[in-house]
Design a protein around this ligand. Structure first.
Ligand code: AMP
Length: 507
């Protein structure tokens, strides 16, 4: 019955006819929500959107806590032919102003606690309707949903119609809205479902935010497309994940999930019945991979993707899951390593910029044709901005972001090479290597090092320990010891913030 809507059809196919099957439970012991109830609500959300004046192609922006209603709104948008636009829950009203002004949504949905602050912002940006997601008695979206009669005829949508816009994390410059089509989302989630062997027997621990590709499209779409279920947690909570594991089969997380879970007692026992642990969004330290395997017997499966492309590569389900690599290109994804200057493809083994092509790739940046032309080639290859290489076995290694490349005295330094050496030193938990302005060399290599809890690491100690293994120009000119690295909500190290903090070091 959803056949005319490309993505909705694929999200519903596995569960149609299994209305009583559980789609999600609120927490490990919480109440369950069946597929029938979930889609019933999503259809009423779609009707409510229509009655609020949301037309096909209109954007629906939402900044709200992670709730079942937000998932219903996502699927409701797909059914109504609208474009779902989730925003990071941590954005301030000033940041929201930029997104609303840029995306001009027909409806903005917010956290009841932020309504007073955001109402004037939405008004200034000309947003016609603002609703809270689920406040009691305040004309919330949930109230609007509940006032609708059951049933909704999905708005016909084809593979190239837009389903969502996700803004990039924007570590440099203005955040860009990546336009994601029905086909990009559907094809990637179907590929992941099959590659990672998700079935209706799976129970996924869903602890990731749903304003980001990882939690929304990887975790949620894969569950829906497999007809499986998920234990829905409002956020990362080590205790809740530990309690969920005995009832679950799979976990998707960012690397910090795994480092924090490793500090929990009883991990080995809790993880016994699990079949799959996936990590992504930021590099997983080899050390974490090894410790996880030693404690639980499971090799974490690391994959690599981004807002613009969904997932590009994955370690194999059956074969060798190699620590420090992001695996091989997924079926349907072409990947090549190119010269950062000329764009020419480089020979196997050389470091360059990763470019990818496939149905998974986005359709361009919202209202930024010049940015789209800079990063999306006419032949369909997207210039990811990530630096990496493909080893002789075909595994992809990410060595950093092109903009993190350090050029000191005319020589190129890939931070990952220096970080790997430092991370291997006794007493070191992790490190981030950055380039900062230097009067003589242009840029100087600086290492920011985090010791393991209880260990002492010194600048002189780090310098002398790696001196024999690195060419002089790659050696840090300074080593800064910090208790932790700055990270965003997806666990990514904020190198831009570090560069800013130490910009004056040599001035
Ligand atoms: P985002 O668009 O916020 O999902 O960020 C995407 C970026 O995260 C990529 O371009 C990579 O730089 C980084 N990333 C994602 N997954 C991995 C991974 N497994 N290893 C290293 N970097 C990753």
């Amino acid at each position: 019955m959803y056949d005319s809507n490309y993505l909705a059809h694929r999200l519903r196919r596995a569960s149609a006819g299994h209305e009583g099957r559980t789609f999600l439970t609120h927490g490990p012991d919480g109440p369950g929500v069946t597929y029938g109830a979930f889609f019933h609500n999503a259809e009423r959300m779609a009707s409510a959107l229509r009655h609020m004046g949301v037309n096909p192609g209109d954007r629906v922006a939402v900044q709200a806590p992670k709730t079942q209603e937000m998932l219903e709104l996502y699927v409701g948008c797909v059914l109504a032919g609208a474009v779902f636009l989730p925003l990071n829950a941590a954005y301030t009203p000033a940041e929201i102003r930029y997104f609303l002004g840029d995306a001009t949504p027909a409806l903005f949905v917010c956290d009841p606690a932020k309504l007073d602050a955001l109402m004037p912002v939405a008004g200034d940006c000309g947003v016609a309707t603002i609703r809270t997601i689920a406040a009691d008695g305040h004309g919330s979206l949930r109230d609007a949903r509940d006032a609708e009669a059951p049933g909704f005829d999905p708005v016909p949508r084809g593979p190239l119609d837009l389903a969502a816009i996700l803004y990039t994390s924007g570590t440099t410059g203005r955040s860009k809205g990546a336009m994601l089509t029905h086909r990009a989302l559907a094809s990637n989630s179907e590929t992941l479902r099959d590659y990672w062997r998700f079935t209706d027997q799976d129970v996924l621990i869903h602890a990731l935010p749903i304003f980001h590709t990882h939690g929304l499209f990887v975790a949620t779409n894969v569950t829906l497309m497999a007809g499986g279920s998920c234990i829905f947690l409002p956020g990362f909570d080590a205790g809740a994940i530990m309690a969920s594991m005995p009832k679950a089969t799979a976990l998707m997380g960012v690397p910090t999930f795994y480092t924090r879970l490793l500090q929990q007692d009883g991990l080995a026992k809790a993880a016994q019945g699990m079949r799959l642990f996936v990590s992504g969004s930021a590099p997983l330290l080899s050390e974490t991979h090894d410790r996880w395997r030693a404690v639980t017997g499971h090799a974490i499966l690391e994959r690599y993707g981004m807002t613009e492309t969904n997932m590009n590569t994955s370690n194999p389900y059956d074969g060798d899951r190699r620590a420090g690599t992001v695996g091989v290109p997924l079926p349907g994804v072409e990947l090549k390593i190119c010269d950062p200057e000329t764009g020419a493809e480089l020979p196997q083994g050389e470091i360059g910029v990763l470019e990818v092509r496939g149905d998974n790739v986005f359709a361009g940046y919202w209202q930024m044709p010049e940015k789209t032309a800079e990063e999306l080639r006419p032949d369909g290859f997207f210039i990811t901005g990530d630096l990496g290489l493909v080893d002789k076995d075909g595994y992809v290694h990410i060595v950093g972001r092109a903009k993190d490349l350090i050029i000191s005295g005319g020589f190129n330094i890939y931070p990952k090479e220096v970080e790997a050496l430092i991370d291997d030193l006794p007493g070191v938990l992790e490190s981030a290597v950055i380039g900062v302005p230097h009067p003589d060399f242009g840029e100087a290599v600086v290492a920011v090092v985090v010791p393991l809890p209880g260990d002492v690491v010194t600048e002189a100690g780090v310098m002398s320990a790696i001196a024999g293994d690195l060419a002089k120009f790659k050696q840090p000119k300074r080593v800064i010891i910090l208790p932790e690295l700055p990270r965003n909500t997806m666990g990514k190290v904020q190198k831009a913030a570090l560069r800013q903090d130490y910009a004056e070091l040599f001035q």
